[in-house]
Write a protein that binds this ligand. Structure first.
Ligand SMILES: NC(=O)C1=CN([C@@H]2O[C@H](COP(=O)(O)OP(=O)(O)OC[C@H]3O[C@@H](n4cnc5c(N)ncnc54)[C@H](O)[C@@H]3O)[C@@H](O)[C@H]2O)[C@@H](O)CC1
Ligand SMILES: Nc1ncnc2c1ncn2[C@@H]1O[C@H](COP(=O)(O)OP(=O)(O)O)[C@@H](O)[C@H]1O
Ligand SMILES: [K+]
Length: 524
């Protein structure tokens, strides 16, 4: 499903009205009615409802919602946090309709806003219609107090379009924000609902298309979408391991032999056919016990136990017999090894995954990617992205989507910016926000498993872009299945790896359910 910025949704709104003849009034009526429908499905008709309406169209939606709930016989009160004289004509019209329907309306100002703390707890349901995509600055004064009263109420909170106080483009909290149980968002989901902390404040998100024409819903001018799964390519019966991709992992060192094991073995667990690990000879005996299915290519090592530059030609030869190559997990930062990595990246004539220390080394000279003729994906966590861009981590965390898109475009490479709701960006300027995964996956080695999962998806036959997207999707799905089975606390990278087969089985056998469980529901 497409995911819109506030400017894009305003453009679609404008075109819905000007190109498709759908008036603002119809859109507002559909929006308010959708919120009312969710409440009628979720609460009972005896419940009492407080609608907190703000100064703009978001408030207008709340007023429409109040009218619909009252017409179902619910006991509804409107708290108007705005100056009625300054409302737009359309919102004023809806305020008049509420008054004419004898729905109590109380004006909230600095003088009486603290009363909200006392009255809101008595309502079963609170509709947060203070601000939506029109939020332009941090909430202060009466608005801030109203939000805090909503959050302190203990009532069921339903946010209109976006939790008030959440930036619809970045997911940031602007001063303070409503913590909602549900958010009903209109037209298309907003980016700020899917990036943290916005994603956490939104609660359960439901989309209502409010009669936008399909062409607007699927408009290609919108470059961001949820990372919805694609059905896996079939496994033909009369095949041999070579058909499921031959992968080469250039990884590991004396200090880090977990990473190469996790990456090269996860490839097989995700469905890959033939996994080769080129690593320092001193760790091969140990790895062979933990991962007997992996084929090992022993490499000469430096005095610090990392891969020596002397292996350059041998490694290039190995890449020729591979379909996809991954470089970096646990490879270390020894100068000689770094020189080898910088020499290999432009000369590996295969699709390439660069991860872990390989990214820290790449950060020394990202121009080496420009000569590559084959697709590349880099899989940084925010720390590695900070080294690649020179931007502070905090800035990256606040602009994950923008940063991923900029770097993908600049480097001509796919970018997987890991974290809660991993973002995938393509060199062509598209982006996917991944919805699978859970905090239990923030565990050492989890990123190494992701490298194997991406390579595995390519091995089973997805195209490169699809393999990157599906590697992230199944990695998160495996993490979710693992968390379901053993909880988040004890979740380790090995648990995620061991649930990859189950994730693939679910994907093949219960695709519909997996799809629905991991995309945004449309409220009907
Ligand atoms: N885009 C669409 O397709 C539709 C949008 N609708 C609603 O319209 C909303 C957007 O409405 P608006 O553009 O009127 O904006 P909002 O209703 O989100 O905000 C109201 C006004 O508050 C002011 N404001 C912004 N930040 C403030 C702050 N920190 N403190 C005090 N005032 C502040 C701004 O002037 C803004 O116009 C959407 O979120 C949605 O709920 C719906 O009516 C349905 C159709
Ligand atoms: N809060 C979270 N929710 C979902 N996934 C997460 C969360 N935190 C981390 N992850 C995932 O876990 C993995 C962590 O990878 P990484 O940071 O490379 O760890 P390591 O370097 O230890 O392997 C990434 O795929 C990331 O998306
Ligand atoms: K809102």
């Amino acid at each position: 499903m497409k995911v819109a910025s506030s400017n894009e949704i305003r453009l679609l709104d404008k075109e819905a009205v000007e190109k498709y003849g759908i008036s603002h009034e119809i859109l507002m009526e559909n929006a308010g009615a959708a919120v009312a429908r969710l409440i009628l499905h979720t609460a009972s008709e005896e419940d009492t409802v407080a609608v907190i309406a703000g100064p703009g169209n978001n408030g207008g939606d709340g007023l429409v919602c109040a009218r619909h709930l009252a017409s179902h016989g619910m006991d509804v009160h409107v708290y108007l946090v705005a100056d009625p004289e300054r409302l737009s004509e359309l919102v004023k019209k809806n305020l008049d309709r509420v008054a004419l329907a004898n729905i109590p309306v109380e004006k909230v100002t600095e003088k009486n806003v603290e009363e909200l703390q006392d009255v809101l707890p008595f309502y079963d349901v609170i509709v947060d219609a203070l601000f939506g995509t029109g939020l332009t600055r941090p909430l202060e004064g009466v608005y801030k107090e109203a939000v805090e009263a909503i959050n302190d109420s203990g009532s069921l909170v339903v946010s209109v379009d976006i939790p008030s106080g959440i930036n619809s483009d970045t997911g940031e909290v602007m001063g303070t924000a409503v913590k909602a149980d549900f958010t009903v968002t209109f037209g298309l989901p907003k980016i700020g609902l899917l990036l943290y902390p916005g994603a956490e404040y939104a609660g359960e998100i439901l989309v209502s298309h409010i009669s936008y024409p399909r062409s607007l819903i699927e408009d290609d001018r919108i470059k961001v979408e949820t990372n919805d799964p694609l059905y896996p390519p079939p496994r033909q019966p009369d095949t041999h391991k070579g058909d499921y991709g031959k992968a080469l992992f250039i990884a590991g060192s004396k200090r880090y032999y977990g990473a190469p094991m996790l990456a090269s073995r996860s490839f097989l667990k995700a469905g890959g056919g033939y996994s080769r690990l080129a690593t320092v000879s001193s760790i091969v005996p140990f790895l062979a016990i933990r991962a007997p299915e992996v084929v090992y290519e022993e490499l000469e090592e430096t005095s610090s136990g990392t891969i020596s530059y002397r292996n350059l030609e041998k490694i290039l030869k190995l890449t020729e017999a591979s379909d996809i190559v991954a470089i970096g997990p646990g490879i270390g930062l020894d100068d000689e090894t770094a020189r080898l990595v910088l020499e290999l990246i432009p000369r590996i004539n295969k699709p390439l995954i660069i991860d872990g220390d390989g990214l820290t080394i790449l950060a020394r000279d990202t121009t080496i990617l420009s000569t590559r003729k084959y697709p590349t994906v880099i899989t940084p966590h925010p720390g590695e992205m900070s080294r690649l861009t020179g931007k502070p981590i905090e800035e990256i965390k606040k602009s994950r989507l923008k940063t991923a898109l900029e770097v993908a475009q600049k480097l001509g490479s796919y970018v997987v910016l890991k974290g809660a709701h991993t973002v995938i960006a393509t060199p062509e300027g598209k982006a996917y926000i991944n919805l699978t995964g859970n905090p239990g996956m923030a565990t050492a080695g989890s990123g190494d498993v992701l490298v194997g999962a991406i390579a595995g998806m390519y091995g089973i036959g997805y195209g490169f872009e699809e393999a990157v997207r599906m590697g992230v999707f199944v990695h998160g799905l495996a993490g979710d299945l693992a968390a379901e089975s053993i909880g988040m606390d004890g979740l380790t990278a090995v648990s995620i790896m061991n649930f990859l087969p189950r994730a693939m089985k679910e994907l093949r056998e219960n695709f519909e359910r997996i799809y629905n469980e991991n995309s945004l529901p449309v409220l009907v």
